[in-house]
Each structure stands twice: as C-alpha cells, then as structure tokens.
Ligand binder design. Structure first.
Ligand code: PLP
Length: 436
C-alpha cells in the first residue's frame, strides 16, 4: 500500500513500510495482518486504561450525539465547565483552567500567561530559566523552554534565549561531587541566576522527573527547594505535569507529592485517558486576578484555539477521572510499581545496561558501550531501530529515546501483562546487545 503519511521523528527513506494498526483491545494493538503487539509505550505515554475501554467509549458516543464541538469564545459548554471544576478541586491552590489540545500548546500557554502576568503587573520580567535536559514539547516556545540538543539543534537560531541550570542526574555526576553536593550545586546555580538577573519571569520544569531528556528522577526535596527559591526571588514557578501527572509517577497530582505549589501547571496526555487530544493549563488566583480589569486596560489573556474546551474531550476526561476513583487506580499503580522495582537488579546486571531509573510506572534503561566509562551507545549503531524490530518479535511495541529503553505502559496494566512486557523487554535488550 502506498502511504501519504509523513511520520514524526522518522527517517522516511528507511521506513517504507509501517505496521497498520486497525484495532486496539486492552493492552494490545492489532494490525492488518492479524498480529497483536503489546502497547509498551502507552501510545506515547498517554494511555491509561488500555484500548477500547467500554466506559470511555460510552461517554464518547453519548457526548457525540449531543454536542461535538462548540466554542469557548463568548460561550461555554457544560463539559468544559464540569471538568474545570473537577481539575481545580484536584489540584491544590489552582483557581482557573485554560484548555488547549496538546502538551506543547499547554506549555506555550504557560509561558504566555507568565509573560502577560508580569506585563499586567507593570513589571519588565521577560526571561525564562529552565533545567537542562528538560523537554516541554515541539513548538517554538516549547522547544525554547525545553531544549534537547539532539532534537532541536536545527532550530536553535529561531528559539528565544532561555537560561538553563543543571539537573541532578545521579548516574552522570561531574567528577569530584557526591550526589548530595551536586544537588546543592544545582540549587545554588538557580539562586545565582536569579540573583544576577532581575528580569526573570518564570522558572519552568517537569514535575517529579524529566522523561524525554533521559528519565532523570529528581531526588527527594529537590523540586520543593526550587519552589521555595522561586518564591524568595519573586519568580513564577511553572510546572509541566503533562507526562508525569495523572498517575505516571504514582500520584494523581505530582506537585502535591513533591510538596511544591506552582503558580501555573499543565496537564495533557493521560487527562483524557489518552483517547482524545486535550490539555489544560491551570493558574493560581494570584495569576488569574492580574488578568482582570477594564476592557480598555487590555489585561485579558490574548490566547485561544479553535478546539479549546472541546466537549467530547472534556466529557472523556471527566469519565476518565471518575474511573481513577472508581477503580482506585493510584493504589493499583503502587503495586505495579513495586513489581517493576523487583526486576531492577536483574536488568542492571545485563551486559550493556549502565543504569536503570524507575519510579511509579516509568522506567528508563540506559545502555552504554562501556559500563566503566558510561559511554552511551553510539547513534551509528542504529540502536533504537534494532530495539523496535527485536521487541516486535516478542510481541511488544517498544520505542527508545536515543540509547535509553523506555518502559512506560498503560497505567492499568495487569500483573501478568506487566510481566510479559518486562520479560519481553529484557529478552529484547539481551538479543540486541549480542548484535552490538
Ligand atoms: C513533559 C512533556 N511536556 C510536554 C510534552 C508535549 O506534549 P505533546 O506531545 O502533547 O505536544 C511532552 C510530550 O512528550 C512531555 O513529555
């Protein structure tokens, strides 16, 4: 079959033939040839319940018969209202919800909100600070905030400048530091940058862990300390929970777990159970109030999208959240997380495995060509492609990030299914390692 689709992050010269997925059932994706693959990456980290969940489908059908889309420009809709109320109740200290369609736009909104907040307050604060290895999406603003050199160097000259401070990767601490010292160094760097620049609008970071930048899980207290530094320096604290909230790290609202209240926070991916494109940027009362005034003051937020607050997506998100409560998903995640943890030793002992980083339903397995020097496997070895092909032989849809194999299953995966995924991943790494 000739395809007209241009795929993301894909050398199309290499990839002439793609498996065509036509159905999803539970953890499994089914292709046109009748093959089934376990969805080992939760369809890009967003799937919660597996595919074709009856309760979510019922909601989508019911809503589709009533109202498919209606604008939030001068109108509202019942599902957008209900969901906003629910989100504000779930997320401590958040006051209003601004909807968008995906994580990248949610982060663009965070940045614009922060910039306009300072403008509304009559202050000239226009610069952002973020963590090295952070990732916040693929649009121009999101790439500027979360600059991953491997992905974005081609666009660098068009990105706005952002000051960056180091993130504490336990596996790659600079020589001469203990991990504790290095954490302190990372925090001091933030203090220094804030002290030297009085025009910092906001500090931006992923909440709980950096995923796309290499699965870097923050040590206890790190995020909390940053939130305090921000407060001390009158810098807004923006969190990105797009990939880490809604249970991925084991908490519904990760910043609650990290004891670090943001001024602005974004959710996406799992918000709709991974069924429909939806993201939400939540703001505190302090932020929201600064946008109020007379029309002539031009303080209102200058942002909006066609599908903002789409009722189909919002209705699906409402059911999704009710299912977390109904099935007590967060406590089930804790059990599955221990199951993942119990395999770490076995994985770490494998030949090319330099480090295994895990929390909640997130695992990153870093492969190196030399365990002593920690040299990452060279991109020339075509490692991600090899892993993808080998994993398929073991019935798994697996996607790596450079030299890091990611295990990011749908959150409601069962014990047996998770064993299948972990066994298959281990065999895949073993077999690919023997070809290196
Ligand atoms: C932390 C984080 N922020 C933002 C995004 C961008 O989300 P989207 O791909 O929906 O635009 C991602 C996507 O992986 C992410 O991991």
């Amino acid at each position: 079959m000739h395809s007209f689709v241009w795929h993301p992050y894909t050398q199309m010269k290499d990839w002439k033939k793609f498996d065509i997925i036509t159905e999803g059932r539970g953890m499994w994706l089914h292709d046109t040839h009748g093959n089934a693959l376990m969805d080992g990456v939760a369809s890009m980290w967003c799937n919660v319940w597996g595919h074709s969940n009856k309760e979510l489908i019922k909601t989508i059908k019911k809503q589709a018969e009533k109202l498919q889309h209606s604008s939030l420009f001068n109108l509202t809709n019942d599902k957008a209202e209900d969901l906003a109320e629910k989100l504000v109740k779930l997320a401590p200290e958040m006051y209003r919800v601004f909807y968008s369609d995906d994580g990248s736009t949610a982060m663009e909104i965070s940045a614009k909100m922060a910039l306009q907040y300072w403008s509304n307050m009559g202050e000239k604060k226009t610069k952002f600070v973020s963590l090295e290895n952070g990732y916040h999406g693929d649009t121009i603003g999101a790439m500027s905030l979360g600059y991953v050199p491997l992905f974005f160097s081609k666009f660098k000259s068009s990105l706005f400048p952002v000051l960056r401070t180091p993130s504490p990767n336990r596996y790659r601490i600079p020589k001469g530091y203990s991990f504790e010292d290095y954490q302190e160094f990372c925090l001091e760097r933030i203090e220094q940058v804030f002290s030297k620049n009085d025009n910092i609008a906001a500090f931006v970071m992923e909440s709980g862990a950096q995923i796309a930048g290499g699965v870097i899980i923050y040590p206890n207290g790190f995020q909390k300390k940053i939130s305090k530094i921000c407060k001390r320096h009158n810098v807004l604290f923006i969190l990105d929970e797009i990939a880490t909230g809604f249970g991925r790290l084991g908490s519904m609202i990760e910043y609650k777990n990290q004891e670090s209240i943001p001024d602005i926070v974004s959710f996406g991916k799992m918000l709709s159970g991974g069924y429909l494109p939806l993201a939400a940027t939540l703001a505190s009362k302090k932020i929201y109030d600064s946008f109020l005034g007379e029309y002539k003051d031009m303080k209102h937020f200058f942002h909006g999208h066609t599908f903002t607050g789409n009722p189909l997506a919002c209705a699906t998100a409402l059911t999704n959240i009710s299912l977390y409560e109904k099935y007590n998903l967060i406590s089930k995640i804790k059990k599955r997380a221990s199951q993942m943890e119990s395999r770490i030793k076995e994985i770490s002992n494998m030949d090319l495995v330099g480090d295994v980083r895990h929390t909640g339903m997130l695992m990153g397995i870093e492969l190196v060509s030399n365990k002593k020097t920690k040299t990452p496997i060279s991109p020339k070895k075509r490692f991600p492609q090899k892993i993808f092909v080998e994993a398929k032989k073991h019935g798994i849809y697996q996607r790596t990030l450079g030299h890091i194999v990611m295990v990011i299953p749908p959150l409601a995966i069962s014990e047996k299914e998770l064993d299948f995924l972990l066994d298959g991943t281990i065999t895949t790494i073993k077999n690919v390692s023997s070809q290196m």
